[in-house]
Design a protein around this ligand. Sequence first.
Ligand SMILES: Cc1cc2nc3c(=O)[nH]c(=O)nc-3n(C[C@H](O)[C@H](O)[C@H](O)COP(=O)(O)O)c2cc1C
Ligand code: SF4
Length: 414
Amino acid sequence: MEETLFLKKDMKKELSNYEFSNLKKALKLGREKVIDIIKQSGLKGRGGAGFPTGLKWELAYQEEADKKYIICNGDEGEPGTFKDRYLLENNPVKVLEGILIVAYAIGADEGYCYIRGEYLGPINIFEKVINEAEATGILGENILDSGFNFNLYLVKGAGAYVCGDETSLINSIEGKRGRSRIKPPYPIAKGLFDKPTVVNNVETLVSAVEIINQGLDKYLELGTENSRGTKLVCLSGDVNQPGVYEVEFGQVTLGEIIEQFGKGIRNYVPLKFLVPGGISTQVLTPAELNVPYTYEGIASAGSALGSGAVIVVDEGHDLVDLMLNVSRFFMDETCGTCFPCREGNRQVYHMLKEGKEGFTEKDVELIKNVGTTIHLAARCGLGQTSLNFIGSVFDKFGDELKLKGGEHYVTSKY
Ligand SMILES: Cc1cc2nc3c(=O)[nH]c(=O)nc-3n(C[C@H](O)[C@H](O)[C@H](O)COP(=O)(O)O)c2cc1C
Ligand code: SF4
């Protein structure tokens, strides 16, 4: 099976000789038409939450303010996700063009590109692109003689997963502690420095550029009614060929992603489960391999497409070790503002550690209750999703974990 090349088509690493024809097209079409095209395309944000991009742009455009901002979210902290890094390394010019198109559409004259601090390669590449764009007049005053002014600044992330959350990211750019804000107000109305702000993921921006470039009609031919276009899937874990693959929504199942793109599971070990959207999402079992890769397909199987990180786990792993690994991540990454998220994730970690000797029904009930409490009380998505992986492992493999009376229940068979 071949990749569907829409985002990966015609990627631009170098600024020299690039015409910015999509920006020119957008400037000619005018703000409202650009927003209308993106609205009609049905594009959903690729950062994880899946908010309709055109609507976000329209709401920001309608805000009356003396200043507006655009932020490109390249923090990419969700374990298993590496597609924004791929785009920043291989297609940085189109990322810049996407930022310019949103800025123009909503009426922003300043923007920030926030890139994960550990991504030294992409940071250097994007810094170079910004410098060249400034030198050639693609950034600055009166861009392409259109009267549109725009300046862009690069910010290196400070190494916290929570800073990928848009309001934490805004705090981080403002020089404050990276922790989420209470919503509403949403960034569209009151974001960076309290001004209307659009935050878009790197992949969302490149998708928007290609919708302008290759045309709305072409885009509407791709995908399903609720999952338009293509998606970059980050395939990792126990597969023969991990990587970033572009798939058309609705044309492949989860099983086909593993078999056709990942070339199957390493060493022919049977699949235990897969995580369809990063470790903030629920695990799916081999019985769910025929689920189509769409937002709606994965949601109806009880999980989420999230950021596009498909992590494949074979039977050769200890389930408690896997859960401890995930739990440790959330315990470390909670920003600590909400008590249930801060304390609950710590308690779950310790309960799982105790569980190395076996769980009782009561242990499992307690872990699930803590999970529900965190979910209900958490201010941001980090807390709300922190027990999705662990809760689903208990739901789906509970009989392998419970009441093993001191034995080491899941021994590695391979
Ligand atoms: C804990 C947490 C981490 C997040 N990390 C990222 C991230 O690394 N990149 C990203 O684009 N969105 C991330 N998001 C989602 C953002 O808050 C926001 O929805 C997104 O950047 C909006 O862009 P989009 O509409 O183009 O998807 C995260 C959300 C949460 C709650
Ligand atoms: S849910 Fe967790 S990460 Fe989010 S604001 Fe509350 S404490 Fe911080």
